[in-house]
Every structure is written in structure tokens, then in C-alpha cells.
Design a protein around this ligand. Structure first.
Ligand code: SF4
Length: 458
């Protein structure tokens, strides 16, 4: 799959026994790299120092490119936060990297954000009305400035965070570092994931549980939608004042974004993808000789399809994992070449066979057309395409970068027409009504398939 990107991942750690957290944050960010590959950063502070300051290293690049032993050794502290970012249109500049660090009335405030706020105009207007000359439209920066402004008339940083969060519309998983506290906040719908773990006396918050595993921590629980969790020297305290009845967890976290070994809101990502494959077979069965999946995100759904149908599963593609990223916006023809460079067919798995090809989504159709062609050139007799999500028809306003409507093949074409374009023998999608069963009844956001936006539109 290509063309849809998660925008960010966040992590935070506070060692109550004053252990250095920097290396743990580094490993946490490495395990969240799939959530953003264009920029990253770590900010730390040492709560033992009498004059507490925040030190921050951030830049464009992968975690392994931005951080070296040397940079990590300069970043010692017992409290810290980190961020990986995938930037959208034209915003791949160093100024937009996170964590954001700003001076406020109590010293330094640092913030890392996963998600997207839809009422940035209101937030900016309020800052301008109250006398702050402020021209940014960047949602994370607006949140940080509102917290700093509210802190002046609040008893604590968490109170300032609460006053700010009350005004936010959209999706957010926030980690905030004040001089002596780590605050984690999840939006009331629970759109973006955020969880809590513990390693000895170190508390950790992260976008996905795979980061806790990488940091040697035990998963404690998901941060609840609408929860403000404060971690300080005196322990943990939660405020649920923002909580509301309606929840809407992003279903695409299960379909594609999150790592296969993560567990979000009580549902294992691997189990959800297996289930999607099973449901896909039940709704759209087909006679075939082998089921194959597109690496990596189509493999689990292909296994589910094979399990439900009794058709053998096999690996049909070898993926070259060493192809680097390209900062050049690829054209259609370059994308086609990219597919050939990334994937090659294991011909023996498909030659002379009727093949079911499973992937998580079709965005522009270019990648799928190439995969079908590659399988047929390798000797497949038929290629029946099964997609473990409904057609992608609408933009996401909650922190996911989706190509424009006119680039989404499903907005202009029916499944029948798309099948003609990609050269398949049949094409079927998972039904929208099956999504809830895929995640065992969890309340979900499905706006990119239905256009029904739970937290408002931009
Ligand atoms: Fe997730 Fe789609 Fe909702 Fe965006 S619109 S939060 S990608 S389900």
C-alpha cells in the first residue's frame, strides 16, 4: 500500500528514581518510526537540578540519522518527551519539527503532538484578541501557546492543559513536559492512540504499545479518551473532566497504521487484521488455488482470508527492506518503478494458479495495477483482488495525510471500474458494516470511508 501516511508518534518518560531516560526515548522513537519518517526529536530535563532547563535535539531525518551516541550523551535527564513526524504538503522544514520548546512563566514548556486540530482559526483568533501577536497556523504551536497563556492564571500545569484542551476540536495525543511533570492527554473521542507503561520506577507514555515493549516496559493501560494524566515525583493523577459518551477510535490504526505487534484499546492489531481477512472471505468468496498478501500490511488479512476459506496461504512477494526513502515527490511512472524496486514475485507460488491477492487498501490504483501485472507475468492464471478496508473516499482531518480527493481512485470509479483499471479478474472490498466486527464492537471513526466526521471538519 502507498499514499496514506500517519503523521506522528509521541513518547514520554519520567523516572522517579532519576534514571537517565534519553536512551529509552530513543528506542521508543525507533519503534514508532513507522508513524513518521521525515523528522524527529527528543527534549529532556533533569528534575534534580536547582535551575531546571529543557535541552532539545531535533531535525529532519530518521531517528538513526538525527541521533548519534554523541548527541544522546548530551541529552541527559530523568524526564523527557520525543516525537517522530511525517510532514504534509510543503511543511518538511526544520521549524516544524517537534518537540516544541517554549519559555513560559514557570521556565520551559515542551510539547509533542500526534493528531490534528480542526479549529485552529478560533485558537489563533483568541490568542490575537488577548494581545499575543501570533501568526502561526500550526496546531501544535497554538496548543503550546494556549497552555503557556493559561498557566499564568492556573494553579498547576495540568489545570492549564485542561483549560486548553476544553477548547480543542479534533484529534490529539499529547505529551507535555513542564519543569517537573509529564502530562499526557488524549482527545475525548480517543481518535489517536496513547498508552501508559512502566519500567521499574519509570513511567512511560507512548502512541503505541510496541514502544513500551522496545523500552523494556510493561503495558499498564490505554490512556482513556478525555483523560489528562499527570506524572510527577508524587506519582500519577488522572483528571477525566473532558470525558464524554461518544468515542471514535481511528479504525485505520488497525487496518494499516499501527505496528502488527501493538495492542490498542484492548484490540490486538494482528487479530483485527486476521479478522478483516475472514470477514472479507465470508462476504466475497472466490474459487482459487492460493491466497497471497502484499507485504507488510496485507499479510495478516491474507492469512485470515486463507483460514476462513481453506485455500492455502503462500508468500508471493519478496520485499527489499533496504530501499531508502525518497524526498522527491514521485510521479506516476516513478511510483510504478518504485513498486518493482521494492517487491519481486516468487514465481513458484503463483505460476499456473488462480490467485487471491489481499491488500489493506487501494489509494491511487497504481501500485495495485503493477502488482496484478507482476503476478500475471509470473504465470498466475487469474488474480482476484480483495481489499481489507472499504473504498477510501474522503480526506482525513484528524492527523492522517491522504492524497487529494481527485487522486483517490474510489471517488471517481466504482469497484467494477477500478478492477478494469488495475487489470484484476475480480475486485471486492471489506464492507463498512464489517468494520465494527473487525474490532470486536469498539466505537470507531470511519470518516475516510463514510464522510461522517465525529469531531468536526476543517
Ligand atoms: Fe482514521 Fe479515517 Fe477517521 Fe482519519 S478519517 S481518523 S484515517 S478512520
Amino acid at each position: 500500500m502507498s499514499g496514506i501516511h500517519e503523521e506522528c508518534g509521541v513518547v514520554g518518560a519520567f523516572s522517579l528514581q532519576h534514571e537517565n531516560v534519553t536512551e529509552y526515548l530513543y528506542y521508543g522513537l525507533l519503534s514508532l518510526q513507522h508513524r513518521g519518517q521525515e523528522a524527529c526529536g527528543i527534549a529532556v530535563t533533569d528534575t534534580k537540578e536547582s535551575e531546571i532547563d529543557a535541552r532539545c535535539t531535533k531535525d529532519l531525518g530518521l531517528v538513526t540519522e538525527v541521533f548519534s551516541n554523541e548527541t544522546l550523551s548530551e541529552l541527559k535527564g530523568d524526564l523527557g518527551i520525543g516525537h517522530v513526524r511525517y510532514s504534509t504538503t510543503g511543511a518538511c522544514v526544520r521549524e516544524n519539527t517537534q518537540p516544541l520548546v517554549l519559555n513560559y512563566c514557570k521556565g520551559k514548556l515542551s510539547l509533542a503532538h500526534n493528531g490534528n486540530i480542526v479549529n485552529t482559526g478560533e485558537l489563533r483568533d483568541e490568542l490575537i484578541r488577548t494581545g499575543a501577536i501570533f501568526h502561526t497556523t500550526m496546531d501544535s504551536e497554538l496548543i503550546a501557546f494556549h497552555i503557556a497563556k493559561n498557566r499564568v492564571h492556573s494553579k498547576s500545569v495540568e489545570e492549564a492543559v485542561f483549560k486548553t484542551a476544553k477548547k480543542l476540536k479534533g484529534a490529539y495525543g499529547l505529551v507535555i513536559m513542564s519543569p517537573r511533570k509529564l502530562v499526557a492527554v488524549r482527545d475525548p473521542f480517543g481518535i489517536r492512540p496513547l498508552c501508559l507503561g512502566k519500567r521499574g520506577e519509570m513511567y512511560i507514555v507512548a502512541s503505541e504499545s510496541c514502544a513500551l515493549t522496545a523500552m523494556g516496559a510493561k503495558f499498564i493501560r490505554d490512556i482513556e479518551p478525555g483523560e489528562i494524566l499527570t506524572i510527577s515525583a508524587s506519582g500519577l493523577r488522572s483528571d477525566f473532566s473532558l470525558r464524554q459518551e461518544k468515542k471514535a477510535h481511528c479504525v485505520f490504526e488497525y487496518i494499516y497504521f499501527s505496528r502488527l505487534d501493538s495492542c490498542i484499546d484492548g484490540i490486538k492489531v494482528y487479530d483485527a487484521r486476521l479478522k478483516a481477512g475472514e470477514l472479507l472471505f465470508k462476504r466475497h468468496p472466490v474459487d482459487a488455488d492460493v491466497v497471497v498478501g502484499v507485504p507488510e500490511s496485507g499479510i495478516a488479512a491474507a492469512k485470515g482470508f486463507a483460514k476462513a476459506s481453506g485455500i492455502p496461504f503462500d508468500l508471493a512477494f519478496h520485499k527489499n527492506s533496504y530501499i531508502g526513502r525518497t524526498f522527491i515527490k514521485p510521479s506516476q511512472s516513478e511510483r510504478a518503478l518504485g513498486v518493482l524496486m521494492k517487491l519481486s514475485v516468487l514465481s513458484d507460488a503463483v505460476r499456473g494458479k488462480r490467485v487471491v491477492l489481499v491488500d489493506d487498501s487501494i489509494v491511487r490504483g497504481t501500485t495495485m495495477a503493477n502488482l496484478v501485472k507482476m503476478l500475471k507475468e509470473a504465470g498466475a492464471l487469474e488474480v482476484h483482488v480483495r481489499i481489507s478496508s472499504p473504498p477510501f473516499m474522503h480526506p482525513c482531518y484528524y492527523g492522517v495525510d491522504v492524497p487529494s480527493n481527485k487522486e483517490l481512485i474510489a471517488t471517481e470509479n466504482t469497484a467494477y471500474e477500478i478492477n478494469k483499471i488495475i487489470g484484476g479478474d475480480s475486485l471486492e472490498y471489506l464492507d463498512t458494516s464489517d468494520l465494527k466486527e473487525m474490532v470486536c464492537g469498539l466505537p470507531i471513526c470511519t470518516a475516510c470511508f463514510t464522510g461522517d466526521y465525529p469531531a468536526g471538519e476543517k
